[in-house]
Ligand binder design. Sequence first.
Ligand SMILES: NC(=O)c1ccc[n+]([C@@H]2O[C@H](COP(=O)([O-])OP(=O)(O)OC[C@H]3O[C@@H](n4cnc5c(N)ncnc54)[C@H](OP(=O)(O)O)[C@@H]3O)[C@@H](O)[C@H]2O)c1
Length: 372
Amino acid sequence: MKRILILGATGSIGTSACDVVRTHPSDFRIAGLAVRSNRERAEALGREFGAPVFCGEDAAERAVEETDADLVLVSTVGLSGLAPTLAAIEKGVDVALATKEVMVAAGELVCARAEAKGVKILPVDSEHSAIFQCLQSFGGRGATALPDVGWRGRRDVSRLILTASGGPFLDGPDDLSTVTPAQALNHPRWKMGPKVTVDSSTMMNKGFEILEARWLFDVPADRIDVVVHPESIVHSLVEFTDGATLAQLSPPDMRVPIQYAFSWPDRLPAERARLDLATLSSLTFRAPDEARFPALRLVKDAARAGGTKTAVLSAADEVAVARFLAGEIRYTDIVRLVEAAVDAAPDLPCDSIENILAADAAGRKLAKEWNS
Ligand SMILES: NC(=O)c1ccc[n+]([C@@H]2O[C@H](COP(=O)([O-])OP(=O)(O)OC[C@H]3O[C@@H](n4cnc5c(N)ncnc54)[C@H](OP(=O)(O)O)[C@@H]3O)[C@@H](O)[C@H]2O)c1
């Protein structure tokens, strides 16, 4: 019986995670539930699962300190995931990580601490879970835990290929400047929280996923490619040095990667939609259009710069998305704003929580003050 602490229990990932636990009551138990403000819903879940509930801005960190868990699911939004992730690592508890901003802002620091403590960081994002699953099936060091499952010692891996649905604006409109929040929140394949949905539409999310993969699997960013795959059936691929490429496929359902992070290294049966290749008319792939979606280039540049530039990027994006949803800036301003903040902020080494928080604060300040 694995005891799982769920941080962000009322969100899209948290709700799917509760469902996974409901389906496997003899394998998983909820050790605690943390949310920011949705106390009523959290308490209903607390009663259902007989688990303590934590509410408020520091709820996630308190929950890590005050509960006894075997695995912490971090699925809050943005940098709020960093302190509880570091607290879990410090306590020696494995982490199932959905909050990609933790790796975007502080991947170097988080991985160094996890490695020092022998803590596993299991991917929840569907693309990273796909890569993780492909690496497992190839045997070798892939059969052990992260961070060992990464690039180090894997001379047999030549490239990681992240698939992207392309979001709602893949085929138009040509002029993205008039896109409204309602249009950006209307993702064609995945039902997710608002921040990640807007990030998916700008492809900033895919850029973040390059950084997430870079740290989770210890792969240089220039060996991580993105391919647009609108059907969202192939969740990502690993190309090996002998010319073989492995992919993981399933109908789009976040409960699959969440459950894998919970059950790893085993697989548990579940009644879910199955892939029926005979009824799929086609699976299509194309190169991303970096001219229409400049976020990809921006993230790759920040990754190359290293240090705390990616923490600035993540913070500025969080503010930019909030300002867009509040009607303060245009859709196309999101990437312009983030780029201006990344250029203007000082770069520091990504080796302490203080530097990451300073970069985060600088990114937020620049993003709040930015005017088109
Ligand atoms: N949704 C997906 O399919 C998906 C897929 C891959 C990766 N992700 C990543 O997973 C993370 C969560 O995404 P989501 O779509 O589930 O977000 P969401 O639906 O907006 O839910 C966020 C959850 O986090 C809680 N929360 C926010 N700040 C908190 C804090 N300081 N302390 C404790 N709880 C806090 C919220 O509580 P309240 O309800 O009380 O505000 C809510 O339960 C994001 O980083 C996203 O990029 C999501």
